[in-house]
Design a protein around this ligand. Structure first.
Ligand code: NDP
Length: 246
């Protein structure tokens, strides 16, 4: 199997960790970023104990300078980036009539502007080498909207426009660009939601449960595979049937 160098943003989070582990288990060389050095050290140690060797470097994805420095560091220490997974994300939920500019900007910067910051320094190398995989982790709520998430839904919906434009621009150069849109997955992001709300969400999901991070990682690995070279400009919904159709 051909192995690749992959950079996964937000790799220390719930879904990011599962993506890092899945790609590493397939033999890919995986790198991620951190903002807190203490958290990074503990996470990397935990990964080593589980048999995963994952490189981790500093980088806040909301800063174009830090994102570029992260990319250059991965290229120097691990190798040219062939796979980019734009996974880092946050929520700052509240209804729009109460939303502050800070809540709007933090979410747009972290979930959407980060995609520019990370992809811009990576794309030219992929174009030169004529191979690449770029995957945005969007959300079910970027497709259907959500009460209290105008900021988050706008950012996640923006990822789709970005994805299909970039897919068109780079299709002839062996680069595929896709989104994966998870439904509710049991990570810190969702566990922060009150238990009674989570129970209501689970009851609304046809499969009757929240997703597992590994179920998202499996879809990412599928799109990264060599055999997925004709899948571009696509969105893969993984939500237990919570949102079907368009
Ligand atoms: P987590 O909160 O578990 O992890 C988020 C990760 O993003 C952390 O590693 C965090 O690092 C990193 N991150 C946040 N802000 C920044 C930043 N400015 N710079 C660098 N890294 C940053 O979230 P999930 O694993 O649940 O979510 C991963 C992705 O999946 C997100 O994009 C989310 O929107 C999306 N998603 C999640 C769903 C869910 O149900 N969980 C559903 C649909 C989509 P740090 O530790 O430094 O904060």
């Amino acid at each position: 199997m051909t192995t690749r160098v992959a950079l996964v943003t937000g790799g220390t989070g719930g879904i990011g960790t599962a993506i890092c582990k899945k790609l590493a288990s397939l033999g890919h060389q995986v790198a991620t970023n951190y903002r807190s050095e203490d958290k990074a050290r503990a996470w990397q140690q935990q990964m080593r104990e589980q048999g995963f060797d994952i490189a981790i470097f500093p980088g806040d994805v909301t800063s174009a300078e830090e994102a570029e420095a992260l990319v250059r560091r991965v290229e120097a220490d691990v190798g040219p980036i062939e796979v980019l997974i734009n996974n880092a994300g946050i929520t700052r939920d509240t209804t729009f009539h109460r939303m502050s500019a800070l809540q709007w900007n933090e979410v747009i910067n972290t979930n959407l502007n980060s995609v520019f910051n990370m992809t811009r320094p990576v794309i030219e190398g992929m174009r030169d080498r004529k191979w690449g995989r770029i995957i945005q982790i969007s959300s079910i709520n970027g497709l259907k909207g959500q009460y209290g998430q105008a900021n988050y839904a706008a950012a996640k919906a923006g990822m789709h426009g970005f994805t299909i434009s970039l897919a068109r621009e780079n299709a002839k150069l062996g680069i595929t660009v896709n989104t994966v849109s998870p439904g509710y997955v049991a990570t810190d992001m969702v566990m922060a939601v009150p238990e009674e709300v989570r129970a209501k969400i689970a009851a609304d999901i046809p499969t009757g449960r929240l997703g597992h991070p590994e179920e998202i990682a499996y879809a990412v690995a599928f799109l990264v595979a060599e055999e997925a070279g004709w899948i571009t400009g696509s969105n893969l919904d993984i939500n237990g049937g919570h949102h079907m159709g368009w």
